[in-house]
Write a protein that binds this ligand. Structure first.
Ligand SMILES: *[C@@H]1O[C@H](CO)[C@@H](O)[C@H](O)[C@H]1NC(C)=O
Ligand SMILES: *[C@@H]1O[C@H](CO)[C@@H](O)[C@H](O)[C@H]1NC(C)=O
Ligand SMILES: *[C@@H]1O[C@H](CO)[C@@H](O)[C@H](O)[C@H]1NC(C)=O
Ligand SMILES: *[C@@H]1O[C@H](CO)[C@@H](O)[C@H](O)[C@H]1NC(C)=O
Ligand SMILES: *[C@@H]1O[C@H](CO)[C@@H](O)[C@H](O)[C@H]1NC(C)=O
Ligand SMILES: *[C@@H]1O[C@H](CO)[C@@H](O)[C@H](O)[C@H]1NC(C)=O
Ligand SMILES: *[C@@H]1O[C@H](CO)[C@@H](O)[C@H](O)[C@H]1NC(C)=O
Length: 439
């Protein structure tokens, strides 16, 4: 009797698993990314402020997961950490039949893809049209609590009731509430049926009306579509146009300069959705800094938060001890320049007076990752003009790296003019300098 019930239940679960279009024969598809606000002098302090919220959450999520902080509130979702604003990138997605298109913030640190759905208790009025109308779509269905996708949501932000599979995502500085549904998803000209996404009906995240989750977990868009890998190339010259993002077979980084490093797992958080890499060394000018495996890695004492590659953080953050070495090295190699602090520093930490010129010869910066993958960072990705004179010549330039308490983050400015590949199937991260207009 009992075993029959188990069998029936198992069968039910199998039948309820949504069929997923695809895999092997997926041709691959392409879309574009647009930065919410161009990155330019005057925008630094807003980006640093937004980063600080994200950094606090990434660090908190990592610490809770590793048992270093008590999960005293409902924000234990180890993901989903965004705010709209300068520094984030948008991508267009469509759901439904006929398709409803919306811009969504691209987040490699989140799993759930969501949009605002009618009827909505509290939603952001922009962009217009701002609400997906499930009742007007022939391919819409709510997902039941029995669905595998609902089961993959953390129990700390999932409830099940007559509405269906209800989620309550807390972002620390905001939240989004709604229910899970399945729809036809159209992205880059390809359509996929039964894509599980969030229909948000109450939204309290700073002006955010949609999100596309690209994390390393079952609910994310890349996992659901089974594309195995994706790549993007962020243009530093934003006025020149949008940046490409490629999925599946189109996502390939080629050329003689490709560097590859394996993704690593957080020892206490093997299911973490973040893309951890092993940052093993840093060279400033001709100085190899005395980095050890605990500087940017995971430590037993819990002080090390690891290093992640992230699309949603603007600048790059290094765990305190490592940052101190980098700062000291830049300071001593740029010893002739006057340092600038306070408001003129735009929220950054190490800035110099340059009086209408560029920092004459800034020391080179090389980040070294496990597997002999060296990233020789272009100057524009680590030294930025934060203040300019009336002729647009820089008067203050800053190091675009900042200290972090524990977790280290390779942010999106450091990834500009670089074609980066997240190979989920191969469990590795590859990158090569590129002219993004040609990718
Ligand atoms: C999304 O589509 C709109 C309308 O076609 C377009 O103006 C916008 O640039 C697109 N955004 C992105 C990120 O591709
Ligand atoms: C979900 O599964 C339970 C058994 O665990 C069953 O009683 C219920 O009817 C199912 N609900 C749906 C919507 O399929
Ligand atoms: C289901 O739960 C959510 C969140 O607690 C609540 O907003 C909603 O009204 C509930 N729906 C029903 C039909 O009880
Ligand atoms: C709740 O979570 C946030 C991060 O989302 C954290 O900063 C805050 O300290 C937590 N509150 C309590 C009371 O633990
Ligand atoms: C939301 O957008 C409005 C209008 O564009 C703006 O005034 C407001 O400051 C924004 N709020 C946040 C939290 O970004
Ligand atoms: C990172 O690389 C260092 C040096 O090769 C090694 O000692 C360490 O175990 C690696 N860490 C992880 C998480 O793989
Ligand atoms: C500092 O200035 C001196 C004299 O002008 C010059 O020789 C030296 O190379 C400068 N050092 C740096 C780090 O720019």
């Amino acid at each position: 009797m009992a075993s029959t019930a188990v069998l029936v239940l198992a069968l039910l679960v199998v039948l309820l698993l949504p069929p997923i279009t695809l895999a092997g024969d997926l041709p691959g598809f392409r879309a574009t990314l647009t930065r919410i606000q161009p990155y330019s002098p005057g925008t630094h302090s807003a980006a640093v402020r937004r980063d600080s919220h994200r950094l606090a959450l990434l660090s908190y999520a990592s610490a809770v997961g590793a048992g270093r902080a008590a999960a005293t509130n409902s924000s234990t979702s180890i993901q989903a950490l965004v705010e709209n604003g300068p520094g984030a990138y948008l991508m267009n997605l469509s759901v439904g039949t006929p398709p409803f298109t919306f811009p969504a913030v691209v987040d490699t640190g989140s799993d759930l893809t969501w949009t605002q759905c009618a009827p909505c208790t509290k939603c952001f009025p922009r962009p217009t049209p701002n609400l997906f109308q499930p009742a007007g779509s022939s391919s819409f269905s709510k997902l039941s609590c029995n669905s595998s996708f609902c089961q993959s949501l953390s129990t700390s932000f999932r409830t099940c009731n007559a509405t269906g599979c209800v989620y309550d995502y807390r972002y620390g500085k905001g939240y989004t509430d709604g229910y899970l549904a399945a729809e036809t998803l159209t992205v880059g000209g390809d359509s996929f049926s039964n894509f599980a996404f969030g229909c948000s009906t109450e939204n309290g995240v700073g002006n955010l009306s949609g999100l596309v989750g690209l994390a390393r977990s079952p609910l994310s868009l890349v996992s659901q579509l089974g594309v195995g890998r994706f790549s993007y190339c962020l243009r530093s010259d934003m006025a020149a146009g949008a940046s490409p993002i490629l999925f599946g077979s189109l996502a390939k980084v080629t050329g003689g300069k490709v560097q590859t490093t394996p993704f690593v797992r957080h020892p206490a958080l093997p299911a973490s959705p973040f893309y951890y890499v092993n940052l093993t060394g840093i060279t400033v000018g001709s100085t190899d800094l005395p980095v050890t495996s605990s500087t940017f890695g995971f430590t037993r004492t819990g002080s090390g938060g690891g290093t992640i590659v992230d699309s949603g953080t603007t600048f790059t953050y290094l765990a305190e001890a490592g940052y101190a070495m980098v700062k000291q090295s830049f300071q001593s190699q740029l010893g002739n320049l006057t340092t600038v602090t306070g408001e003129r520093a735009g929220g950054l930490d190490l800035c110099f007076e340059v009086n209408g010129g560029d920092v004459a010869v800034p020391p080179k910066l090389v980040l070294r990752f496990a597997g002999a993958a060296d990233y020789d960072v272009p100057v524009a990705s680590y030294i930025g003009a934060v203040e300019v004179d009336s002729q647009g010549r820089p008067t203050v330039e800053c190091l675009l790296l900042l200290p972090s308490k524990d977790i280290s983050i390779v942010g999106n400015v450091l990834q500009m003019d670089l074609h980066v590949l997240y190979d989920l199937d191969g469990e590795k991260f590859s990158f090569a300098p590129a002219d993004c207009a040609k990718v």
